[in-house]
Design a protein around this ligand. Structure first.
Ligand code: PLP
Length: 367
């Protein structure tokens, strides 16, 4: 049996007729950037995130960066985030000229509120908790810290659309949130895209300006911005896909629960707080003899990945931050043990069972 790590073509195939119709409709409309398809899509996204405003932009990295820019974050400011994320969480901070400060994570792979507190200085302006693997960070504790120190909270929810903390959707838990709709995310389009959600009207208005050169109409710009607009075609694809969002999210959870049941006694499965509902962008286990297991899985037709093999503080691009191996012990210990298993709505139960069989057989043989 073959179990690829992703299978984007399968989702496209399942919606092919609707998507082709959409291409024809948008193509003949002549409205290719922003416009009614985008507005309709944004309304759907605001609904999912249970926020007043959603603004679609070019990608998830821009979503992070535009919020920071709108808040006036720049040189001399410090922004605290997690070192075990995708590079963009830190890259967006560098892009506005501010300094990245990392705080170690906990056993749930999310930034540890106690570690955040240790990193706060008079220069700290923003905390960016990453809801890694689709599991919400401890937003109750993080918001309390932010309030005490008068900091902004920007959720990096790129992996967590649809997840909830204490029954409330991610996206509306901090001051603003950034999402990615990249093909490898839980809910994705056929290309790059992202969005911002917030309940703050003033922020919403500023980001609408920043994504389109500060233009208030065709000719007049009132604030320096740039081009981070989204194509009408991508938004239209999103409008085709939105009705399936709940079903797909449910399927991610079902697969995760199947993995949990079968693997819990064999490997370390993800830990999700009873207050949270995770959406499993990745199903990350922790294992002994990881490289041997990966090779064995591949030999049996199962692709697995590591998210992420190089923590951000050890990236060559981050050399000037002055961090070194040993600075974030939890992140570094996890880096050596984590393994992401295939998880996407189109994965069948028998494929999931097969992955579990291969893993169980590997550890039984070792005994
Ligand atoms: C994917 C991702 C981003 C960036 O999104 P893009 O759409 O690829 O720019 C940011 N943060 C995290 C945690 C991500 O996984």
């Amino acid at each position: 049996m073959k179990v690829p790590f992703v299978n984007l073509g399968a989702q496209f195939e399942s919606l092919k007729t609707e998507l082709v119709d959409t291409f024809v409709r948008v193509g003949s409309s002549g409205q290719y950037i922003l416009g009614p398809e985008v507005e309709c899509f944004e309304a759907g996204l605001a609904n999912i995130t249970d926020t007043k405003y959603a603004i679609a932009v070019a990608n998830g990295t821009d979503a992070l960066e535009l919020v920071l820019a709108a808040w006036g974050i720049g040189p001399g400011d410090e922004v605290i985030t997690a070192p075990n994320s995708f590079i963009a969480s830190a890259g967006a901070v560098k892009a506005v000229g501010a300094n990245v400060v990392f705080a170690d994570v906990g056993e749930d792979y999310n930034i540890d509120p106690l570690e955040i507190e240790k990193k706060i200085t008079p220069k700290t302006k923003v905390i960016i908790p990453v809801h890694l693997t689709g599991n919400p960070a401890n937003m109750t504790a993080i918001n309390a810290i932010a309030k005490r120190h008068q900091l902004k909270v920007l959720e990096d929810a790129a992996q967590a659309i649809g997840a909830t903390h204490k029954g409330r959707a991610v996206g509306g838990l901090g001051d603003a949130a950034a999402f990615s709709l990249h093909p490898l995310k839980n809910f994705h389009l056929c290309g790059d895209a992202g969005f911002i959600s917030t309940n703050d009207k003033a922020l919403y208005e500023q980001i609408c300006l920043l994504r389109n050169h500060g233009l208030v109409n065709r000719d007049e710009s009132i604030r320096w911005g740039r081009n981070s607009r989204i194509d009408a075609l991508q938004a239209a694809i999103g409008n085709v896909k939105l009705p399936y969002f709940a079903k797909w999210t449910e399927r991610f959870k079902q697969i995760a629960s199947r993995y949990h049941q079968r693997l819990n006694k064999v490997v370390e499965c993800p830990k999700v707080s009873g207050e949270d509902c995770a959406v499993y962008h990745n199903f990350v286990i922790q294992v002994d003899r990881r490289e041997a297991l990966m090779a064995h899985l591949l030999e049996k037709g199962v692709e697995s990945k590591i998210h992420y093999p190089i923590p951000l503080h050890l990236m060559r691009s981050a050399r000037k931050f002055g961090y070194r191996e040993g600075d974030f012990p939890v992140t570094e210990r996890q880096r050596d043990r984590i393994l992401s298993l295939p998880i996407y709505p189109e994965l069948t139960d028998s494929q999931v069972d097969y992955v579990c069989d291969v893993i169980c057989a590997f550890y039984e043989a070792a005994q």
